[in-house]
Ligand binder design. Structure first.
Ligand SMILES: [Zn+2]
Ligand SMILES: [Zn+2]
Length: 346
């Protein structure tokens, strides 16, 4: 089968290869991948910037963790859904025994497995996953939407932690896939006005943000963002700020524009950033981090897709056969792409 493989550590070393179809072990299921998306994590893996938890990335590694497909076959002695059942794949699985796993927070397990990071991923024609990682789909959820449930569940998790009140102003910094997914859930939750801030080169993503319901979607540096937000909120600032830009400036801008008593979420993967920590005190802020998602977020994500309140497919800007998978990284970097969706069976 064809698969996109990170062959070795170091920058690059990612290529389309012909590899054997995996065989499901006990507790696992073989899934035929129908749709498989790419996100910023694959860029980090490509550039050798991804740093996992305790468990190292194995090489060679098939990448990809946002996927949907059809059940093919269960491992020996394993019970699970019948062949041809439509499924999405949950990215994270925990050890099942640590403090966080026992509490159901296996997104915090230090010994986690993550498809496409610690075990073979889904930018391939077939993938094996633990049966417990299958998410069964109602008929109304297409396999294309289902391939986006993994990142969307993270946005649902963010919403769960933010609990916005209707009519609270919210800003999203960074109009990438995660930013636009957060825009859609915040809109469904009634936050308003919704402001999306981007950088030079984000123009087409900002245009998409407007069609998805952003009241204001503009290119703005730190100073322009502060001015625009002051103007929109009578100088008060945004009750909610979601930082999905992943840059140092995005984090700084978020702190600048969040209102007193506001909530700030950092989702971007910026590392060291110079901030005035006193701002957190002076503004009486709630600063949240959100990592991955667990099963209840998938359930809620499916409910939202089913209700029509969010339209995940509208984020797909590129559709490609898996044979073109090596183009994923340069296309992602181009700024024109929001979500690139591969059709491995095609
Ligand atoms: Zn992802
Ligand atoms: Zn654990």
């Amino acid at each position: 089968m064809q698969a996109l493989v990170k062959t070795a550590p170091g920058k690059g070393n990612m290529e389309l290869q012909d590899v054997p179809v995996p065989v499901p072990q006990a507790g696992e299921v073989l899934v035929e991948v129908v749709r498989s998306g790419v996100c910023g994590t694959e860029l980090l893996v490509h550039d050798d910037l991804y740093r996992g938890r305790n468990r190292p990335m194995p090489f060679p590694l098939i990448v990809g963790h946002e996927a949907s497909g059809l059940v093919v076959e269960l491992g020996p002695g394993t019970t699970g859904p019948r062949p041809r059942t439509r499924v999405a794949l949950e990215g994270v699985s925990g050890c099942g025994a640590c403090f966080h796993c026992l509490r159901g927070s296996y997104n915090l397990c230090q010994d986690w497995h993550h498809i496409g990071l610690t075990r073979a991923g889904a930018l391939a024609e077939f993938v094996t996953v633990p049966v417990s990682s299958l998410v069964l789909l109602p008929d109304e959820v297409s396999l294309e939407s289902a391939a986006m449930l993994e990142p969307f569940s993270n946005a649902v998790h963010t919403l769960e932690r933010l609990r916005p009140a209707p009519g609270q102003p919210a800003a999203i910094i960074g109009p990438g896939p995660l930013g636009l997914l957060n825009l859609q859930v915040l809109r469904a939750a009634g936050a308003a006005p919704l402001v999306v801030l981007g950088r030079q080169g984000d123009e087409s993503r900002l245009e998409l943000a407007r069609t998805l319901g952003a009241d204001v979607a503009v290119v703005a540096d730190r100073k322009a963002a502060q001015e625009r937000v002051a103007e929109l909120t009578d100088g008060i600032g945004m009750a909610i700020v979601v930082e999905a830009g992943g840059t140092s400036e995005a984090v700084q801008t978020a702190l600048d524009i969040v209102a007193g008593n506001g909530s700030l979420v950092t989702l971007g993967l910026a590392r060291s950033t110079e901030i005035d920590a006193l701002t957190v005190v002076r503004k009486n802020l709630t600063w949240l981090g959100v990592v991955a998602a667990v099963r209840r977020h998938y359930a809620e994500a499916i409910r939202l897709v089913r209700s029509g309140k969010v339209e995940l497919e509208r984020l797909i800007t590129h559709r490609m056969p898996l044979a073109d998978a090596e183009a994923a990284v340069p296309t992602m970097r181009s700024g024109d792409a929001v979500k690139i969706m591969f059709a491995p069976g095609a």
